[in-house]
Design a protein around this ligand. Structure first.
Ligand code: ADP
Ligand code: MG
Length: 335
């Protein structure tokens, strides 16, 4: 009997169809399974290719996010995948499906937001496609980037004993979404969380810096929440992991709003998605040097949240020294 999509989930589906396309893959190409595909390019540099899609009412609400923020965010989510490979973005292609009645003011602001970020990140839009959509706005972007071959960081390099770190606060974006969906009053903290949801930043500088450090063994970006994303590293690296929920870095606005509304902020930080910071693993003997260097360079710490373990692909959560179950789990489009 064929499984249902809801049982397979997003990643089960990808695992189901991808082998047919990976069979005769040349050994110098990295295809499906990392944040971006990697192709041979120059003697000492690889070409990175990534694509991400935003669909109205799935990824954004037109009544909530302004078009200028949306234009920037659609590019940011792709830049974040280049950051996750330690690369620099170079060019982009944009495919748009838009309802015929969409206002030109909306479109002008959308392109302005995207153009501002493209310029600031050194990215040129080189092409795309534009069609009418019978329903939702659909935005797909492809970004090409480059990385020095020796600096490439994959999801597959984590080893037992490595320390797990993140480059920014977790849970703000998920909390911002909660403010929107529950229509909470937009006081200062709530507004800041919504802003983090609507205007995430790709950690390109952090990714390039970590990529240049030998002791960084694996890297990816946090798009679905560490609960889901860390499992991708475990799967590719064939290892387990233990995360200490008490160590998840929480911003001031999230702590205060969490207290005010009685949210389980640690759960939100572990399973809320779209933070777009980086998740990396570091060899224990290099950890002190790398965290000190990061703090000196970026003026904020690299947060240690757990350890890679040798046991089977199992993710354990601990709080106050006890093992706990995490609910809800990280994001999956079909589950
Ligand atoms: P990301 O969130 O970094 O974009 P995911 O973890 O969501 O990546 O996806 C896992 C892998 O599956 C990625 O390498 C992605 O390119 C690939 N993938 C996802 N959807 C498809 C698809 N429809 N066709 C081919 N590859 C896909
Ligand atoms: Mg990614």
């Amino acid at each position: 009997m064929k499984p249902k999509l809801s049982a397979l989930g997003e990643f089960g589906l990808i695992r189901r169809f991808s082998p047919a396309f990976m069979k005769n893959l040349p050994p110098d190409i990295i295809g499906i399974g990392d944040d971006a595909a990697v192709l041979p390019w120059k003697k000492d540099a690889c070409l990175l290719v990534t694509t991400d899609m935003l669909v109205e009412n799935v990824h954004f609400l037109r009544t909530e996010i302004g078009p200028r923020d949306l234009g920037a965010k659609a590019l940011t989510v792709n830049l974040s995948d280049i950051a996750a490979m330690g690369g620099s973005p170079r060019s982009a292609f944009l495919s748009l499906g838009i309802p015929g009645k969409l206002g030109i003011e909306w479109l002008d602001a959308f392109f302005r937001g995207m153009a501002e970020l493209a310029e600031a990140s050194g990215v040129h839009l080189l092409g795309g496609d534009t069609t009418r959509s019978p329903g939702p706005i659909v935005i797909n972007i492809v970004v090409l980037g480059q990385v020095r071959r020796t600096r490439l960081k994959l999801r597959s390099g984590a080893r037992p004993g490595d320390l797990i770190v993140v480059t920014g606060f977790l849970g703000d974006s998920g909390a911002g979404l909660r403010v929107l969906l529950e229509d909470l009053p937009r006081e200062r903290d709530e507004a800041r969380l919504v802003r983090r949801h609507h205007r995430p930043r790709a950690h390109l500088a952090e990714g390039a810096w970590l990529a240049a450090r030998d002791g960084v063994t694996a890297m990816m970006d946090v798009s679905d929440g560490i609960d889901s994303d860390l499992r991708r590293i475990m799967e590719r690296s064939h290892c387990g992991a233990a995360v200490n929920l008490d160590d998840l870095p929480l911003s001031g606005p999230l702590r205060r709003a969490g207290k005010k509304y009685g949210w389980g902020v640690r759960g939100l930080a572990a399973s809320g998605g779209e933070d777009y910071c980086l998740l990396a693993t570091i060899r224990p003997d290099r950890y002190e040097r790398i965290t000190a260097g990061f703090e000196k360079t970026f003026g904020r710490p690299l947060s240690r949240i757990g350890t890679i373990e040798g046991k089977k692909e199992r993710l354990r959560y601990r709080t106050a020294g006890k093992t706990v179950e995490l609910k809800p789990r990280g994001f999956d489009h079909f589950r």
